[in-house]
Design a protein around this ligand. Structure first.
Ligand code: GRF
Length: 218
């Protein structure tokens, strides 16, 4: 994979989006150089290792056992990522605050996936099943997923791509979550990653343009 662009993936949990990147991007369009987790038992770490990808748990404490603040923690991530010369940082179910210092270290190179149509049902407190519960409580008829650039505001960076699914009358938070994950997230995230690696994504202010690919992907 010597000539491929490198990607760092940050996770906190199961890592099904990471798995989609392993299956569709790794070794084909780019190289996942490292997977970093703020949770020791994140199953995504196992997925990475099984694919032969370096995977590291970064504990939230320094060598003396003192708790690291958000900036200090993010600096460790930044160093791990820079050491490997990554062209792209993907937050795939990464549940920790990303401070401005980290955003500034990788301008237009950090993306996140959110399981709703931003700017609805996003921001502080909207994670996991809470997102889908809020969609159902509101009575929205469409939900979906959004891939966006990361800025210092939670889920607030420029939108790169979105895709919708219908909310069905008998949906539960769990069924809606699964349908969005399988039908949208696991397709959209690799498409966006490939487009970025191929240099087809450009941003003008808050508006992001994606040049279409030949193969039907964005
Ligand atoms: C996904 O729904 C993603 O949109 C959100 O966190 C979840 C992570 O799931 N940011 P997984 O760990 O990729 O399975």
């Amino acid at each position: 994979m010597a000539d491929m662009k490198k990607i760092a993936v940050l996770i906190s949990g199961g890592g099904t989006n990471l798995q989609a990147l392993i299956d569709k991007i790794h070794g084909k369009h780019g190289e996942i150089a490292v997977v970093l987790s703020n949770k020791k038992d994140a199953y995504g770490l196992t997925r990475a290792k099984e694919a032969g990808i370096e995977a590291k748990y970064i504990p939230p404490v320094d060598e003396n056992g003192e708790r690291l603040d958000d900036e200090a923690y993010a600096k460790i991530l930044e160093d791990e990522i820079k050491k490997r010369d990554c062209a792209l940082v993907v937050l795939a179910g990464y549940m920790k605050i990303v401070p401005k210092s980290f955003v500034d270290a990788f301008p237009d190179r950090i993306i996140n996936i959110h399981p709703a149509l931003i700017p609805s049902f996003c921001g502080e407190g909207y994670y996991g099943l809470r997102v889908h519960q809020a969609v159902l409580d509101y009575g929205a008829k469409l939900s979906g997923a959004t891939v966006h650039f990361v800025n210092e505001e939670a889920d607030g960076g420029p939108v790169i791509a979105q895709r919708a699914v219908e909310v069905l009358p008998d949906d539960t938070p769990q069924t809606l979550q699964r349908r969005i994950l399988e039908n949208v997230e696991h397709v959209l995230l690799p498409e966006v990653v490939q487009a970025i690696l191929e240099g087809r994504v450009r941003r003008e202010g808050r508006t992001v343009f994606v040049d279409p690919s030949q193969d039907g992907w964005i």
